[in-house]
Write a new protein. Structure first.
Length: 260
């Protein structure tokens, strides 16, 4: 059991109307009020809605401990980039974090490690903490190359100038995202240790925060978050259900509570 605080990040992906977002945040706020701040004393909770919902969600969470994050940003400063969102705009909208290099973007937008690396530079330049996502496909895992693939990906996705104290890495096996399938805790611990070794070897001692993501639910969150080297969780589908997401936050917080 660790006493360090834990990060729980809700990635809403491309979901939500303003009405749905309001209901979701109100559902979380009600649970927070009912269970008291003890439930989140050891967990920092970040909500990452789609861009159009950042401002209304930000207004709603202003009086709560919940923090705000974007799901992507441009590597370029504000300027002629139709359809893109600059890191400075996320900051202005109240974000403290931004997800970068999520596997869905690496797949559908063909984002390379180099593209993610440029976005990390842009995010850190304006004071956003990037949450850099990495993970292997089922084929890579079956081929026995998962550790090699994921460590290469993380090193390729971070610039030499990376500020370790303001960087989060999320290990998300692609085959686990949205499938209900998760690696065993020992596998997660092994991958987190390999990632941390690679980061320390290349960029220095850190401290590096490494999250796990992929089919996290209230029923498995405590066991995963209690794993050695697991500093938090990145939650997709379950973050859209206030009861389920709150169950995850509570389960994680308990793993960080010092026994009386
Ligand atoms: P999931 O998604 O929790 O629905 O598996 C995780 C993610 O893609 O960040």
């Amino acid at each position: 059991m660790s006493v360090s605080s834990c990060l729980v990040v809700g990635n809403w992906k491309m979901h939500g109307t303003r009405a749905e977002a309001t209901a979701l945040v109100d559902g979380l706020a009600e649970r927070l009020a009912a269970s008291g701040p003890v439930a989140v004393r050891h967990a920092e909770i970040v909500l990452c809605p789609p861009h159009p919902l950042l401002v209304p969600v930000g207004q709603r969470v202003r009086e709560t401990p919940f923090r705000l994050g974007g799901q992507d940003c441009s590597s370029a400063p504000p300027g002629p980039r139709t359809g893109e969102v600059a890191a400075a705009m996320l900051r202005d909208a109240g974000c403290g974090y931004v997800l970068l290099g999520h596997s869905e973007r690496r797949t559908h937008q063909h984002e390379s490690d180099a593209a993610v690396r440029a976005k990390v530079v842009a995010a850190q330049a304006v004071g956003l903490t990037p949450i850099v996502c990495v993970g292997e496909s089922a084929a890579v895992r079956q081929g026995g190359q998962a550790v090699r693939h994921v460590t290469d990906q993380v090193l390729g996705s971070l610039p030499p100038s990376v500020d370790a104290t303001a960087t989060v890495v999320a290990y998300e096996p692609v085959w686990s995202i949205g499938t209900g399938d998760t690696p065993g805790v020992a596998d997660i611990e092994a991958m987190h240790a390999a990632l941390r070794d690679a980061l320390v070897g290349t960029h220095g001692p850190g401290p590096w925060r490494v999250l796990y993501g992929g089919s996290v639910r209230a029923r498995n969150a405590g066991a995963i978050a209690a794993g050695s080297g697991v500093d938090g969780l990145l939650v997709g589908g379950a973050s859209l259900q206030p009861g389920e997401f709150w169950g995850i936050c509570e389960a994680v917080s308990l793993t960080r509570t010092v026994p009386p």
